[in-house]
Design a protein around this ligand. Structure first.
Ligand code: FNR
Length: 353
């Protein structure tokens, strides 16, 4: 990836399924914790934050993780998509984005065990197995609670909540849904051996552990349609950043088989460094492309140059940008005009610009 290519394709409009996007720039999902602490309702500041990115020319905005139920909540200030008031508030965001020519999908989220009972309504967080996570809940500063192992009935209830959240996303005017199946949250807890020690049909080898994820995907696709559904997945976990599958290529092949089985079109692989070689001389995205000929969204410390190269090579179909879009509300404008980008700083998380 050392050659210098002019930044063209990254900024050109993109057509993905039913979406006509302003550019090949996607905004990565970024939790900001600016919703009302009690109600999970977003306000005018959040409307303005997303409107600005659409006005700037971001092609596909993937929202911050929006929880599908109170028990799915993992930080104070996260937004929800399970009450009428929450839906009405998100409708203001989607209206503002559409008025600027933007496209926006809701990332629907259940954190599973990565929570504290104060956030989940006084009950234990849910998880595939009763294994407590190490560390503290960010923005709460209390250790993760011991979760409760999900019964078959709990699993069915959560699947129903995913279906309802997908319906609510459409009611709120979203152009689609991204299922948050990555980074160590509920779906990924099922996918991973360390957090899933079940002996029923939701546990076992990797193929078997992907059962819950497949059921969620089927449920959401039934409501939203495959062209408007994205599944985000990963090896890494927020509570275990270095986690990698034992055999990355085999794992990727297993994930792709699962996605094909349930009729997925759009996938989004979450990694910290897009260019990192992980196995057999290849990056994770190169491995994914080997087994997947449909839409891939790439992410992970992607610069405009890395994005341009990867798009031109056909390695990815959209490049998602996270932290630089927090630091630069006018990111696309700056790239287009060869301007310097502001560096990201964690302090920027405490204001919404
Ligand atoms: C994230 N990320 C993230 N991922 C996700 O799937 N849902 C989310 O809600 C969040 N929230 C979030 C908040 C903050 C403050 C950061 C920094 C990251 C991960 C994010 O989408 C992205 O994958 C990474 O930030 C890597 O991309 P960049 O930042 O290197 O472009």
């Amino acid at each position: 990836m050392s050659k210098t290519v002019e930044i063209n394709k990254f900024l050109e409009p993109a057509k993905l399924g039913e979406w006509n996007l302003q550019s090949h720039v996607a905004m990565a999902p970024l939790t900001r914790c600016f919703a009302d602490l009690d109600t999970g309702i977003v306000g005018e500041d959040v409307v303005e934050y997303y409107r600005k990115r659409a006005a700037d020319g971001v092609g596909l905005i993937i929202t911050e993780g929006i929880v599908i139920s109170q028990r799915g909540r993992g930080n104070p200030g996260v937004s929800g998509l399970y009450s009428n008031e929450q839906i009405a508030a998100w409708k203001k965001v989607t209206d503002a984005v559409h008025a600027e020519g933007g496209t926006i999908v809701a990332q629907i989220w259940h954190v599973g065990r990565l929570s504290h009972h104060e956030l989940t309504g006084g009950v234990a967080p849910l998880a595939p197995s009763a294994i407590q996570a190490q560390g503290d809940v960010s923005r709460l500063g209390k250790p993760f609670s011991m979760p409760e192992e999900m019964s078959e009935q709990d699993i069915q209830q959560v699947l129903d909540q995913y279906a309802q959240a997908a319906q609510n996303a459409l009611a709120a005017g979203f152009d689609g849904v991204e299922i948050h199946g990555a980074n160590g949250y509920l779906i990924d807890q099922f996918n991973t051996d360390l957090t899933n020690q079940r002996t029923d049909r939701y546990g076992g080898d990797l193929k078997q552990r992907l059962t819950f994820m497949k059921e969620v995907i089927r449920t959401v696709i039934d409501v939203v349609g495959t062209k408007r559904t994205i599944i985000r997945f990963s090896a890494m976990k927020v509570d275990n950043l270095a986690y990698m599958w034992e055999d990355p290529e085999q794992a990727i092949a297993t994930f792709m088989d699962a996605f094909k089985e349930v009729g997925v079109t759009n996938i989004h692989l979450s990694i910290v460094d897009f260019t990192q070689v992980v196995a057999n001389g290849m990056t994770l995205n190169q491995l994914v492309r080997k087994y997947w000929d449909k839409v891939i969204i790439g992410v992970g410390s992607i610069t405009p140059q890395i994005a341009e190269d990867a798009l031109q090579e056909g390695l990815i179909d959209l490049a998602a940008i996270g932290r630089p879009l927090i630091a630069n509300p006018d990111y696309v404008h700056r790239v287009k005009n060869g301007m310097t980008l502001e560096d990201y700083d964690v302090q920027q998380l405490f204001t919404l610009v």
